[in-house]
Design a protein around this ligand. Sequence first.
Ligand SMILES: NC(=O)c1ccc[n+]([C@@H]2O[C@H](COP(=O)([O-])OP(=O)(O)OC[C@H]3O[C@@H](n4cnc5c(N)ncnc54)[C@H](OP(=O)(O)O)[C@@H]3O)[C@@H](O)[C@H]2O)c1
Length: 475
Amino acid sequence: MIELKEVISVNRPIDHVFKFTSNFTFIEQWDPGVVSSVKLSQGPVGVGTEYELALCYGIFRLKMRYRIIEYEPPVKVVLEGMGKSFSATDTILFSPTESGTRIEYSARLYFSKLNAQFERVLAPLLTLYGKKAMTGLKNTFNHKIKQTPNAALFPSGSALPDFLADRAIFPGMIGFSQLGYRISKQLWKPNPELLTDKTVVITGATSGIGKAAALALAERDARLTLIARNRKKALITRQEIMDQTGNANVDFWVADLSLMTDIKRVAREIIRKKARVDVLINNAGALFNTPATTGEGFEKTFATDLLGVYFLTEQLLGVLSESSHPRIINVASGGMYTQRINVHDLQNRQGPYDGSKAYARAKRGMVILTMGWGKALEPKGFCVHAMHPGWVDTPGLAVSLPRFHRLTRPILRTTAQGADTIVWLASAREPGLSTGRFWLDRRPHEVHLFPGTLESKAERRLLWEQLTRLTANFK
Ligand SMILES: NC(=O)c1ccc[n+]([C@@H]2O[C@H](COP(=O)([O-])OP(=O)(O)OC[C@H]3O[C@@H](n4cnc5c(N)ncnc54)[C@H](OP(=O)(O)O)[C@@H]3O)[C@@H](O)[C@H]2O)c1
């Protein structure tokens, strides 16, 4: 048997430290020996919650299944780990201090007689990784929050390597794949923030990236309001989120976000029911390959991906401004790099309809709105961000770009990877220090790569004027 014991102090309140540390869904963030952790059981974290951990100690790769056997918030959690090579009992004790929380972590590792040789080799490695894990946990809570660097260097605040990679196009596009995600991840600081008592309104959470984001936000304790167009899917999604995370604070409203009357109705309901909204995530979106017009007479791509986003956001600004630090996150797309906004044909009616072009222009418009809101709402304490999720394997992508989906499938991101930056923008402290930027993998990127896509001031003004005019009758 080996016993490891470490004591650390962190500068966060005990309730927060307990919730984050005892939920092994987050262990990958602070324990360098953990490659991945999956919660196997359903419901809230407590006695009986199980996790499967993939571990890597030097050249050794192991799987362990952990189960919580004692759970006394916010002072004690005991987990039992079972693996092929050894079993473990981890006891974590929390106590309040003047400046935060003291964590006493002890782990007892038991090797079977058959594995005595193995014990001799593995023991020093496990001790080393145990110490590293404690340093990781300490740094997770205590790391200094810095404004994302080089804000003044490039127009969008991107760092030099990102600026060059974006401009080199090909490496920039590799960055959209799963490989790009993995490379970027190496540089991330852990994000220990929870969204306890925060209300997040998210659109398009019944599928793909939005669903993965909603699950991750619920795991971080947020109160969620979903806006979905399909009641049955909304009911199923809400149940899935509640079952998987144990977070019961999930409600939903039904609205087709390409219809301004629906948006008006749902915004009114939200304002009536919620005293405050802290985060709005405009994620719903789609690329339509054939032209269509909504019942209200708007071209469908424009209505769904731009006009609706504008109208919903404008409608919710009042209730958002009740939050001490409101955030708006707009899910855009790297597709916008290819297009300039066409303010004289926002509804794609001149010339033959091209779905990809219409989609890219709408997303371009969304990024222009993000920068405009960023500036205008900064004095009120808002942070407004746009982001690109990368190329993500979702039902939406498979339907809208079937050939691209088939060809790129092996390198596409998972929905959780696509949702990562949304969750980070909604919860972490760093993105609370800037506004009006376009993000990919937790770093700001350029918004224009090709000459000719940069809109003029007059075009920006015209865009706002037209969106205001087109929604005026629905207010
Ligand atoms: N996948 C990618 O590679 C990728 C890349 C860049 C950007 N994005 C963006 O990421 C966001 C999510 O896309 P996804 O790939 O996850 O697609 P998805 O799987 O099709 O999910 C889209 C979500 O939006 C909802 N939605 C679409 N139109 C709506 C409407 N009119 N009213 C209300 N809800 C509506 C859908 O509802 P239903 O479930 O009822 O269909 C669904 O929940 C989109 O904004 C997309 O443009 C995706």
